[in-house]
Design a protein around this ligand. Sequence first.
Ligand code: ACM
Length: 533
Amino acid sequence: MIVPKPVRNEPGPGSFELDERTSLTAAPALGEVAAWLRAELAPVTGGELLPGPGSGTITLVLGDLPPEGYRLTVGADVEIVAGGPAGAFYGAQTFRQLLTPDAFRRAGRGPFRVPGVRVEDEPRFGWRGCLLDVARHFMTKHDLLRFIDLMALHKLNVLHLHLTDDQGWRLEIRRYPRLTEVGAWRKESQTGWNGAMDGRPHGGYYTQDDIREIVAYAARRHIMVVPEVDMPGHTQAAIAAHPELGNLVEPLEVGSTWGIGDNVLNVEESTIEFFQNVLEEVLELFPAPYVCVGGDEARKDQWKASPAAQRRIRELGLRDEEELQSWFVRRFGDFLAARGRRLVGWDEILEGGLAPGAVVASWRGDLGAVAAARRGHDVINCANTSLYFDYRQSPGEDEPVPFGTVLTLEDVYAFEPVPAELRGQPAAGHVLGAQCCVWTELIDSTRQVDYMAFPRLAAFAETVWSPAGRDLPDFRARLDAHLERLDAIGVEYRRATGPLPWQTRPGVPGRPEDPAGWQAQIDAWTSNLRHLR
Ligand code: ACM
């Protein structure tokens, strides 16, 4: 009943009893994993799980396995053999799932008896990500740490933090305090799709100390935090704080409505320097080898109308505004490469040519993934047609604030990270993995994040962790057991029967289902990206 499904899982002889006398020992290299497991299990056993004589022993040791691989044997004792700390952590996560759901509570319900079993496991993909948009709606540090724990339960290993957008700048930058003094707050927010505003201020940001804590907390759970500072579009909050970064004379406010905005950065050398200074602080805070600079949905109207941008195009000998965007993104790719990091950008960055080494986060269906991989770029598949968790979970009228199209649990479970057009080809090797995306324009609280992300995130986890091939009835049976774990933790997931009354949004209008409009959108993306192949 393990989620995500392990590679092999067979019954074995004997059984293990976890109680207050259980002891836990670990190889020195696995000490942190042991400390984490102790902290998780101690409240439910009432014991300390120290090394030494006990009624049963849990042992963590290193063995000749891939770094994220493990072998878990449960009999009279428990042994986790792992290729490295990550593998030991995943083995420990699997062990927790062998206990009853009560083991996920914060107070004692033991002892727990676990039937003998042998599990052999390793992930299919190295990039098992989730994007969390903390720009449109801020998530408190406490709730973000909880979300990291939920990702770790599902053996995900990349948290892509979307930190900046038109509607909010969520990261303290010491050199430019106005980014958060001004950019972290907006007067009000749009509710639903009829333009109505809630009249209520919204905001928040993470201090640099918060970020160090979040990064360390995630690292301890073998999750890499990849920061995103979106540019040149999605920058209205930054321009509101620093008007010299924009193209207009009139001042701007931090955005309060949703959709693709017109406001983009100007292309002055001083603006590039400003954002490179921002990135210097980002690099200090986030040790991940990857840094996302967005690049998506940058409207070109302001550059078309700007004499300065047009002069820049001529000076640089570029053809048009698309090439100007490419030049802009390359400046950051070079900047990051010189500091030993790799640029990640949304698939729009393919449109005007791209530096080698850049990683493409493909979101408009599979098209960008295919184009990027064929051109030799590593790819993270974030297909909105399968993995955008802001899209509603059923066509039901009572789904909260519908966005885009319907993506059911079954749609997510059917997702295949390697696009059909790449299968069996060497370019498929460029698919690092996949990433589900929790965009939060219309998700204004952690309770709503729970509702939109779960249980679809569990289905997604199988697509990136478990061997290729799906078995929906088998998944459903395991999911039933898994939902009891989520209940014990206190996750307000969507039930198969639909939203509970407080999960609906009476009075907040959704965008009506418009299959023709949706198809037209997909057709437009297809024609944009088709020529890249
Ligand atoms: C995106 O959804 N604009 C990446």
